[in-house]
Design a protein around this ligand. Structure first.
Ligand code: AMP
Length: 639
């Protein structure tokens, strides 16, 4: 076993950043000392086949070993996983030793069901400890997990089953939201039914929330197997640094979600480096990310990042305002949380509550509140920083990168932030704002596309699962003149080097920090028999950042009265709920006779969006039917 050496000499942000860009191999070789290696790597980076980048070639390590086993000697009896559920009123603390035991039992269960290195395991679960055990168990034995957000419904789930082809699915009877059970099993059964690929087994955690029928021969009971395998010892399988650790599906501009595929070694190092330099992580302290394991923040900063850093991690099942708006701060106080990580939407939800909750608890353990996932507006940032009196650190990244691209990296140096800006480039990311047409860097304060020069640093996606061509075509082909990774975000960089993000260049929208493809929602709405055509756009919302709004043309030319329109709108929403999940449900669906399109038939989504937000729709010389925008305006204006 190669042990980590003492890591020091970080210098200033400027030094560290410049070194990471000038000499990435040297820089990342040094960062690699932050984790344990079973076998040292021969080559820091193989970028002989751009835009693919293989980090730590020849090295062997394991994410589960780095997250759990390596802390046993020093911190075995210290908290590792803190589970708090205000939904089912439970709190449980697992020490590193207990986590180690649980993960081995879960790994033994998977092995018993035939799971081997490289096999996929789909995890469709609420925020319960067994979900973390399952993820770490996969990492331990080299199975590739694919966690699907519990808020997704059968259609979304089916497409992911079809694509990932998991040998086993781990699930539970139900989640819970606002004190009400949300059944998972019927959606799962329906998804398996829909998918042409069938998993061999389903491992069911029975929380006793909703009765369900087990499918004989396929469904296994977690508690029963747990009892059988209670003393299981499953050694870590050493994996190549370049092996795949997981697939996480994310929305893009087509209806088919992309499987973001991540490696083992690069991801472990990137997370360890980010915990140290960005998140000010300290061994033995507590990290609390309020996200969900179904999203990338959950992967990186509920499960792997904090544990790799030797921190306890809080897994919270519940709403930020239940039983009251003090719950997060109570958790901070009770578990001495040192770093809190959330999303602007959640803060905007809190802002509507009594501010007294924010001063009710002792927050002295808290060093900073990190916010990511969507633009952080100045009002929200000002309000929360005033209310809790702690630094607020915006950070910008994507499912694809797995960790922040832009941030004020307070673990290196307490650089000042700028309101409305997620900060400066993170070490390793050669970020630029490029002219959309020429791919040349924009001048300060000039709007362009936020792009990253290859090779991407460790931790970023290796490829699109099963589709290298799609990886290259989607992310690296935006500019004709050269191969650069596009984030699909508009942005500017000011004269001091701070970036500002100005929204997506594509048809992806961001609802409450959740990324949704408008095409997926359109496909779902179009499956309603009454709908001929539909356009879905993201419209600014004061709490959720954006909401989806649909404009549908019906097959029949009969004019609907208000009551009929309402009924049909409700029916359409039900279809979306059933197929994609409530998370993708549009806020409104309006009915129109014509949609704004160019003469060549391309939907003018940005013009629709502008009209919805009361902005100028821009140059309309290419529009086929100029009355179409009036219809959009008319539909949104109550009679
Ligand atoms: P996801 O892959 O779901 O994390 O979504 C990534 C997208 O969310 C980015 O491409 C941005 O459009 C947006 N985003 C994430 N973090 C921020 C941030 N701090 N500021 C502005 N937009 C953000």
């Amino acid at each position: 076993m190669v042990k980590p050496v003492n890591y020091q000499s970080d210098g200033t942000y400027q030094n560290l950043y410049e070194e990471s860009i000038r000499n990435p191999k040297g820089f990342w070789a040094r960062q690699a000392n932050l984790i344990d290696w079973h076998k040292p790597f021969d080559k820091v980076l193989d970028d002989s086949k751009p835009p693919f980048a293989a980090w730590y070639v020849g090295g062997e390590t394991n994410l589960c070993h780095n997250a759990v086993d390596r802390h046993l000697a020093e911190q075995g009896d210290k908290p590792a996983l803190i589970f708090v559920s205000t939904e089912v009123d439970q709190e449980r603390v697992y020490t590193f030793k207990q986590l180690h035991e649980e993960v081995q039992i879960a790994a033994a269960m998977l092995q018993k069901m035939g799971v081997q290195k490289g096999d996929r395991v789909l995890i469709y679960m609420p925020m319960i400890p067994e979900a973390t055990f399952a993820m770490l168990a996969c990492a331990r034995i080299g199975a590739i997990h694919s966690v699907v957000f519990g808020g997704f419904a059968s259609h979304s789930l089916a497409s992911r089953i079809e694509d990932a082809q998991p040998k086993v699915i781990v699930s539970a009877d139900a989640g819970s939201r606002g004190g009400k059970a949300v059944p998972y099993k019927p959606l799962l059964d329906e998804a398996i039914e829909r998918s042409s690929y069938k998993p061999a087994s389903v491992l069911m955690v029975n929380r006793g929330l909703v009765p369900f029928e087990a499918v004989t021969g396929r469904d296994q009971d977690y508690a029963k197997l747990h009892a059988e395998l209670a003393n299981a010892k499953v050694p870590v399988t050493w994996l190549k640094a370049t092996d795949s650790s997981y697939i996480l599906y994310t929305s893009g501009t087509t209806g088919k979600p992309k499987g973001v595929q991540r490696d083992v070694g690069g991801y472990a190092v990137a997370l360890a480096a980010s915990m140290k330099h960005i998140f000010m992580g300290e061994k033995g302290k507590t990290f609390f990310a309020t996200s969900d394991i179904g999203w990338v923040v959950g992967h990186s900063y509920i499960v792997y990042g904090p544990l790799i850093a030797g921190m306890a991690t809080v897994m919270y099942e519940g709403l930020p305002i239940r039983p009251d708006a003090g719950i997060w701060w109570k958790i901070v106080q009770d578990y001495q949380v040192s770093v809190l990580f959330s999303a602007p939407t959640a803060v905007r939800v809190l802002k509507k509550q009594d501010p007294a909750y924010l001063s009710k608890y002792d927050l002295s353990s808290l060093k900073a509140l990190f916010l990511a996932g969507e633009p952080l507006d100045e009002t929200t940032s000002d309000w929360i920083s005033g209310a809790i009196g702690k630094p607020i650190v915006d950070n910008y990244w994507q499912t694809e990168t797995g960790w922040p691209i832009l941030a004020v990296q307070r673990g290196i140096e307490a650089m000042p932030g700028k309101l409305g800006s997620p900060g400066v480039p993170v070490f390793g990311f050669n970020v630029n704002v490029l002219d959309e047409d020429t791919a040349q860097p924009c001048k300060p304060n000039e709007k362009g596309v936020v792009a990253i020069e290859g090779p991407l640093p460790p931790g970023c996606m290796q490829t699109v699962w099963g589709d290298d061509e799609r990886f290259v075509k989607t992310y690296w082909s935006s500019f004709k003149t050269r191969q650069v990774y596009s984030t699909f975000d508009w942005g500017i960089r000011d004269e001091d080097g701070y970036f500002f993000i100005l929204g997506r260049t594509d048809d992806v929208i961001n609802v409450a920090g959740h990324r949704l493809g408008t095409r997926e929602i359109e496909e779902s709405i179009s499956s309603h028999p009454a709908v001929a055509e539909v356009a879905v756009v993201g419209v600014a919302d004061s709490v959720k950042g954006q909401v989806a709004v649909g404009f549908a043309i019906l097959k029949s030319s009969n004019v609907l009265d208000a009551a009929q329109a309402k009924t049909l709108e409700a029916e359409i929403m039900k279809v979306v709920d059933g197929q994609l999940g409530a998370v993708a449900r549009p806020a409104r669906v309006y009915f129109v006779n014509v949609l704004p399109k160019t003469r060549s038939g391309k939907l003018l989504r940005r013009s629709i969006q502008a009209v919805c937000e009361g902005r100028d729709p821009g140059d309309m010389t290419t529009i086929d039917d100029p009355t179409a925008l009036d219809q959009i305006k008319g539909a949104m204006t109550p009679a």
